[in-house]
Write a protein that binds this ligand. Structure first.
Ligand SMILES: NC(=O)c1ccc[n+]([C@@H]2O[C@H](COP(=O)([O-])OP(=O)(O)OC[C@H]3O[C@@H](n4cnc5c(N)ncnc54)[C@H](O)[C@@H]3O)[C@@H](O)[C@H]2O)c1
Length: 318
């Protein structure tokens, strides 16, 4: 239950309630102070970092304290690197860290939140369950954003009684560096909430594009075509992983090859997206055997230490 006495920002959030006492949607980015980020993995920790850097008060939630500690360490290391390179001042680093806290409780993390961004694993059931839990304590007009790479925003939005405040906000990896956010609107999304999501993206220093709610949106659908074909070529022995990647880097000017990018994204994440696009778009997205085998062996890419390449301390070894 939403307990007003336990929400320090209640007076502020009252600004967003209509005369009838019904919740009014938050549609002005300036009304957003508290942000909850659910899932502190590859994407969640990056989203929490950029939100705190932009001045929001951020609570990150994951299932275990250990995951949250590791996420906080990654954020601190990113910020330290920024300071060493002269891109972030020491004061901004300290202020960013002071705006971040963590919790293993979804209720606590979302309490009074004006914006919730979920970055839990790519499963429609999990995302629906997550939003159903979020609305118990989040501000009743909160913007609810999902970082899904491919799933139907409408199906996720159906899990709560006010689907108009649900949008996709699809960030890219690594979040503190990549400039794009796909803002995905489903048929029932409020236009004002979609605009607010674009304003939030701008406040985070990103460029937002608006995309219709279709499987894989504008980016994952195209990116996966190249990624899956590169895996098939690797499987068929067309060239080594490194040479396939070099072909796209030097031949097409891609900043990173498709197999290295798969390691960065996470092989499990790419497999989930491929399975979903196979069901919803075309059999052309059927995952190659090598991808299924590597995931079954726990070789998930950079985050597990091995995928198409070997990784140590976040650096590619071979
Ligand atoms: N990896 C990428 O490059 C990338 C890019 C854009 C979008 N995405 C999307 O972002 C989402 C997360 O992907 P990721 O790569 O960060 O995954 P990840 O596996 O690195 O992290 C997911 C985290 O969520 C946690 N988690 C699981 N259940 C949870 C729950 N109920 N509440 C809170 N936390 C929970 C896990 O413990 C884990 O720490 C997915 O929808 C994915 O498709 C990923």
């Amino acid at each position: 239950m939403w307990r007003r006495e336990s929400v320090p920002q209640f007076r502020d959030t009252c600004r967003c309630m209509s005369d009838k006492g019904q919740s009014k949607l938050i549609t002005n980015v300036d009304d957003i102070e508290r942000v909850a980020v659910l899932g502190a993995g590859t994407m969640g920790h990056g989203i929490a970092q950029v939100a705190a850097m932009a001045g929001f008060t951020v609570v990150m939630r994951d299932l275990e304290e250990g995951f949250l500690e590791s996420a906080m360490k990654k954020i601190a290391a990113n910020l330290d690197k920024g300071v060493a390179r002269g891109k972030v001042s020491a004061e901004d680093r300290d202020a960013t860290l002071s705006r971040l806290s963590t919790s293993t409780s979804v209720a606590t993390a979302c309490e009074g939140a004006h914006l919730v961004i979920e970055a839990v694993p790519e499963s429609i059931d999990l995302k629906r369950e997550t939003f159903a839990a979020v609305i118990e304590t989040a501000h009743p007009g909160a913007v609810l954003a999902t970082n899904t790479s491919s799933l139907s925003i409408a199906q996720i939005a159906e899990s709560i009684p006010s689907p108009e405040r649900v949008v996709g906000m699809h960030f890219f990896n690594p979040v503190h560096i990549m400039k794009l956010v796909e803002v995905v609107k489903h048929e029932g999304s409020s236009e004002a909430v979609v605009q607010c999501a674009r304003d939030i993206a701008a406040k985070l220093g990103k460029t937002g594009i608006t995309v219709k709610d279709t499987p894989g949106f504008a980016s994952s659908r195209l990116g996966l075509v190249i990624g899956l074909e590169a895996m098939r070529m690797f499987e068929q022995g067309v060239a080594s992983a490194e040479d396939i990647d070099t072909a796209m880097k030097l031949g097409y000017g891609h900043p990173m090859g498709p197999l290295e990018l798969t390691d960065l994204v996470g092989l499990d994440v790419r497999l989930s997206i491929a399975n979903y696009l196979t069901e919803t778009v075309s059999a052309g997205f059927t995952p190659p055997q090598v991808l299924k085998d590597l995931v079954a062996a726990g070789k998930l890419g950079k985050k597990s230490g091995e995928g198409f390449y070997v990784w140590k301390d976040g650096k590619r070894q071979s």
